[in-house]
Design a binder for this molecule. Structure first.
Ligand code: SF4
Length: 385
């Protein structure tokens, strides 16, 4: 092995309906040939665990040299932190979505041989963005994978108050100008889902790119993050073959008052009509909801129930529920009382809010409703903490 390595992680994901499915963090696909010319591209399997001791049981692949790491989760970055202590002769340069998303706040200095970078690989090496052909070599033995094809590294909206993207103006964005969809030629016989990489797909991309996405033998679905707002809905009406697409939509808390409070930019009628339009046209829809707010009122609960009950019955729907988590870089940081604080190594990750009795009750009512709603429809629900 060369003493320069480019590390990408892959992990099994616990997703209903996708047994043995593997998520690939293919951060070097846009610079594949460039990276291979100067080092080795290495895939490392990553197993999620809450046991921090376990991070010291995983050996690194070189003991001297430079490692460029593509990190998707805080736990990836923590793993690199542990390696940087164990391997002082390796210089660890860490980038990837978790670093550029502004989620990581340092409590104390990183080791001398660990650096976080927010820009693209191309920025780091001073080469033009997207100047190499997109490529990926899928690790052997995997039968079903998801990987990413980046359109641009940003959310164009960047206004939701709970989200770390509100405050990322200093990050350099990159936007793909030519769409050659090279992934259709990847040598791989298993099932493939492709994440169309953008933190929230723009109406422009919906109109100009989504209709051109190729259909090929291994394709399972394209996975897309999208807002259910009026410009997006107008654009979606121009898309054919919606049954190849799986949309993840952040509803957060579906009441007009709550959407106004968190700057979601949604309109109640547009949102419900867009979700039903997608379902009626065969798209998969994964709805994200959040509980743990400190400002719910009884009318929010009633409107939320009305909204959820207006969603058409479909086998293509899934609910993803998680507790509100407050990151130091979000605009809600000073608006919430700290409950359970999450810190790992040098990183202050954030906290779960501590709620007053009345708010606990309203959030619990919402949580119970969401669970029963999906049970009644006999569909899958993912609960994340
Ligand atoms: S649309 Fe999504 S990614 Fe964009 S600011 Fe809102 S929550 Fe964050």
């Amino acid at each position: 092995m060369k003493n320069i390595v480019f590390v990408q992680f892959y992990s099994k994901v616990d997703t209903p309906g996708r047994p043995n499915h593997i998520e690939l963090g293919n951060g070097f696909s846009d610079t594949h040939d460039f990276c291979k010319n100067i080092g080795d591209i290495v895939w490392l399997e990553y197993i999620f665990t809450d046991d921090l001791q376990a991070f010291d049981n995983i050996d690194f692949v070189i003991s001297e040299g430079t490692a460029y790491i593509s990190a998707s989760y805080t736990s990836h970055v923590y793993q690199v932190y542990r390696w940087s202590l164990r391997y002082p002769k390796v210089n660890f340069i860490v980038g990837g979505p978790i670093v550029s998303s502004n989620c990581l706040t340092l409590k104390y200095n990183l080791p001398h041989n660990m650096t976080l970078i927010k820009g693209s690989v191309e920025d780091y090496f001073s080469i033009p963005n997207f100047s190499f052909p997109w490529k990926i070599e899928i690790p052997t033995g995997l039968t079903s994978v998801t990987y990413s094809y980046t359109l641009e590294n940003k959310c164009y909206w960047r206004k939701c108050s709970f989200c770390t993207f509100c405050n990322v103006e200093d990050v350099k964005y990159r936007s793909r100008k030519e769409f050659n969809f090279e992934f259709k030629d990847v040598e791989y016989n298993g099932k493939t889902s492709i994440r169309i990489g953008s933190d929230s797909l723009t109406p422009f991309h919906i109109k100009s790119v989504v209709n051109k996405l190729p259909t090929f033998k291994q394709l399972k679905r394209y996975r897309i993050f999208i807002r259910c707002a009026s410009d997006e809905f107008d654009a979606i009406k121009q898309v054919s073959n919606l049954d190849r697409l799986s949309f993840t939509i952040g509803l957060e808390f579906p009441s007009q008052r709550m959407w106004n409070c968190i700057n979601k930019g949604y309109d109640y009628d547009v949102a419900i009509n867009m979700i039903n339009y997608l379902l009626d046209n065969g798209a998969n829809v994964n709805l994200g909801v959040i509980t743990g707010w400190n400002n719910l009122i009884a009318e929010d609960i009633e409107e939320m129930k009305k909204f959820m009950n207006s969603i058409n019955r479909s086998n293509n729907i899934c609910l993803v529920m998680h507790e509100l988590f407050i990151y130091p870089t979000s605009n809600l940081y000073d608006c919430y009382e700290k409950g359970e604080v999450v810190e790992v190594g040098p990183f202050m990750v954030g906290f779960y809010p501590k709620l007053k009795e009345e708010q606990l009750g309203l959030n619990k009512t919402a949580c119970t409703f969401f669970k029963k709603w999906i049970e009644r429809r006999n569909r899958d629900m993912i609960i994340k903490k």
